[in-house]
Design a protein around this ligand. Structure first.
Ligand SMILES: Nc1ncnc2c1ncn2[C@@H]1O[C@H](COP(=O)(O)OP(=O)(O)OP(=O)(O)O)[C@@H](O)[C@H]1O
Ligand SMILES: [Mg+2]
Length: 371
């Protein structure tokens, strides 16, 4: 099973750099998501690994074999890289039925007829498209066509599967179901999945590792929960998580390698870091996830409710403190009157400090100083 290694990969179009000096190791059997805002270089990266786009410089290895090297003049064609594709703009064969669309690739690979029948039946079942087996693509909705495209790509059990936003045409409910199916398929097939999305929730829930990019530059490459808890910088912190992280402006005064005093929201706090604090005295941004701001009568910070958004299972409460609006997420249905006084606290040991440049300087816990 293959490992994919990218070394110093850069892609330029004229003077424009779409991907800059990307270094990445995709472990065998991983489920990687390339995540980032529109235009950050996700599709370009995927296409370069697949062999559909030529990098300007760098080297790509699949399974220990160099498939691209600008120095050595190597560029192995996509067809010879033993990979499967599923792109945003998939095209089904219009003159073939759903069944034939899925079976076709297996026939080309000279699978035996009973094996083909068994595999196609399995894919029709998994993708919930059994009832459409004899229909033609033009007789299906966009979402149904997309499911056929997924079935067709997965049928031959490719070792590496590249997917570029394959769920974008599906409605929210089906997209949720397909996420579960893809995650399951990943485990069942043992293939390496490389998946492009700009949807952070999709990336969080499915991937073994997230590769988060901005303007062609890698920001962080880590397991989803590490990206969530310990984002490398403010951009990452802001991009992952919904509601987004609270960023509170304040001042910092270091009192030791791992301790500092913070002034924020009109209060003084003591910060206990989990590791050495990598910043100087001065301006600081304190990053707090909405679940680390529980509202309770015992809370030691007061504010007023700006709005309450109950969603059934959880409730997002926006709290106004001085001229800052913070988001708090509470489990269950709550409904506070607008502009009423409430109390909350800053809890947990995953409170983050960001330097003026926006890099994470520390994680730790805060404690309000007695008045
Ligand atoms: N053939 C091309 N010629 C010139 N520029 C290109 C070309 N293809 C892509 N680009 C540019 O490279 C950048 C990265 O494009 P890419 O398609 O990789 O973005 P993306 O992250 O997949 O975005 P999206 O989420 O919108 O699909 C964009 O700014 C895009 O305009
Ligand atoms: Mg794209």
């Amino acid at each position: 099973m293959p490992e994919i290694v990218l070394k110093n990969i850069t892609k330029k179009w004229g003077g424009f750099t779409a991907v800059e000096n990307l270094n990445l190791t995709i472990e065998d059997g991983a489920f990687i998501t390339l995540l980032g805002p529109s235009g950050c270089g996700k599709t370009t990266t995927l296409r370069m690994i697949a062999g559909l786009e030529t990098p300007t410089t760098g080297e790509i290895l699949i399974d220990g074999k160099t498939v691209f090297s600008s120095d050595k003049g190597i560029n192995i064609s996509a067809a010879k890289r033993d990979v499967g594709f599923l792109f945003q703009n998939y095209a089904l064969w219009p003159h073939m039925t759903v069944y034939q669309n899925i079976a076709f690739g297996l026939e080309t690979l000279k699978w035996k007829k009973p094996d083909i029948e068994k595999r196609v039946a399995q894919m029709l079942e998994t993708m919930q498209i059994k009832q459409f087996a004899q229909r033609y693509p033009a007789e299906l909705s966009g979402g149904q066509q997309q499911r056929v495209a997924i079935a067709r790509t997965l049928a031959p059990k490719p070792k590496v599967l590249f997917m570029d936003e394959p769920l974008s045409n599906l409605d929210a409910k089906l997209r949720g179901e397909m996420r579960t199916e893809l995650k399951r398929l990943h485990i069942d097939t043992g293939s390496t999945f490389v998946y492009v999305t700009h949807d952070q929730l999709e990336a969080m829930t499915m991937a073994t590792k997230i590769c988060l990019m901005k303007d062609g530059v890698l920001q962080q490459y880590d397991a989803p929960l590490d990206v969530y808890a310990l984002p490398a910088n403010r951009f990452v912190a802001d991009f992952v998580g919904n509601p987004t992280m609270n960023f509170i402006s304040g001042k910092i005064k270091l009192t030791g390698e791992k301790t500092a005093e913070l002034e924020a929201l009109g209060h003084s706090f003591v910060f206990h870091a989990n590791e050495e604090i990598k910043m100087q005295n001065g301006d600081v941004t304190i990053g707090v996830r909405p679940e680390s701001l529980p509202i309770s009568k015992k809370g030691d910070i007061s504010g007023t409710t700006y709005s309450t958004l109950p969603a059934g299972m959880e409730t997002t409460v926006r709290i106004k403190v001085a001229d800052t609006i913070l988001s708090s997420v509470m489990f269950g249905s709550l409904d506070y009157k607008v502009d009423s006084e409430i109390h909350f606290s800053i809890t947990g040991d995953r409170i983050l400090l960001f330097s003026q440049e926006g890099n994470r300087a520390a994680s730790g816990s805060v404690e309000k100083k007695g008045e």
